[in-house]
Design a protein around this ligand. Structure first.
Ligand code: NAD
Length: 298
């Protein structure tokens, strides 16, 4: 068997992976805990591991780096190329799973389910603080019409909403098939009652939602992000947060350094989930099987 090491392995993915498995991230601090580093040829990991030259140089036999994620923004791809290390991601283990989580967050934002549940658990069975926003007749704005964005639009088709989208590359076939229209980002922000973000983290998308964009958002809008935290400038978000009905985030800036001091936690209209969009029974099985397939065919 080829020398393989898997990082960020949890109990659910564990049965699908063969080789050395570690629950922790691959980081400089954890190098000492890894057995036989100099012989390892294949590594699999997730976005909690940040891979750069300082780590790569400790694995002289490394030939294949598999990230069990869609995004590759946690890996220095230039450094991998320089060392002849092939990088593989898992681009479609089920866009539906993330779209379903985005929809759950949109619904939570519209109906304050998390906050209302907390209130009942504190002994107050009263509807008064929880006036909801209906979907029917409202405008959904989708930023990024790739796999996940389009799945979300498919899921919301029965909701009687108008859907407007922004993407750097228009998909005219999908626009016709699903009945949405492309608009500029400023127009989307001005008209959308619900906004869901589905772009990858690139230089061109970092802080795509900044001070100017937050200023353009409609008062009472519900903002959902299941893509990457760094797409939203959180300092700007915090300055505009009160105008949002709800801000529902599965991803935040610097999530690896999250603490209870995070200022987002001070706002009752914020719902945070810890990057669980991908995490379902269905996607875990697909990710595990695809990872082993890459290893077998290598
Ligand atoms: P995708 O590549 O299918 O679609 C991304 C879309 O963004 C494309 O249509 C692309 O044209 C558009 N885009 C790229 N740059 C842009 C720019 N500068 N301005 C506007 N549009 C731009 O990706 P996907 O599978 O839909 O995934 C989207 C992102 O979701 C991933 O990159 C990843 O970061 C994130 N994600 C999160 C989770 C989670 O658990 N929360 C799971 C999987 C993926």
């Amino acid at each position: 068997m080829k020398p393989v090491a898997h990082f960020n392995v949890d109990t659910h993915i564990h049965p699908f992976l063969k080789g050395q498995t570690y629950p922790f991230s691959l980081s400089v601090g954890n190098l000492i805990k890894i057995k036989g580093k100099e012989k390892i040829e294949i590594i699999s990991l997730k976005s909690q591991s940040s891979i750069d030259e300082a780590i790569l140089c400790r694995f002289p036999q490394l030939k294949l780096l598999i990230t069990r994620t869609v995004g590759t923004d946690h890996i220095d791809l230039v450094a991998c190329k320089k060392r002849g290390i092939e990088v593989k991601n898992i681009p479609d283990y089920g866009a539906r799973n993330i779209a379903e989580h985005a929809l759950a967050l949109l619904m939570n934002g519209a109906r304050s389910i998390v906050q209302a549940n907390g209130s009942v658990h504190r002994g107050l069975f009263s509807y008064e603080d929880f006036l909801g926003t209906s979907f029917k007749g409202k405008v959904l704005g989708v930023i990024g019409t790739g796999r996940i964005g389009l799945e979300l639009i498919r899921l919301t088709r029965g909701f009687d909403m108008k859907t407007v989208c922004f993407d750097a590359f228009k998909n005219s076939d999908a626009e016709k098939e699903l009945g949405f229209s492309y608009v500029s980002l400023p127009v989307l922000l001005k008209v959308a009652d619900f906004i869901s973000i589905h772009v990858p983290l690139l230089d061109s998308t970092r802080h795509l939602m900044g001070e100017r964009e937050m200023g353009m958002m409609k008062k009472g809008a519900v903002l959902v992000n299941t893509s990457r935290g760094e797409i939203i400038d959180e300092k700007a978000l915090l300055r505009h947060i009160k105008k949002c009905k709800a801000v529902c985030l599965d991803v935040i800036e610097n999530e690896k350094r999250f603490t209870l001091r995070n200022p987002l936690l001070k706002h009752t209209n914020v719902i945070l989930t810890p990057h669980i969009g991908f995490y379902t029974d269905d996607s875990i099985e697909t990710i595990g099987k695809k990872t082993e397939e890459y290893i077998t065919h290598y």
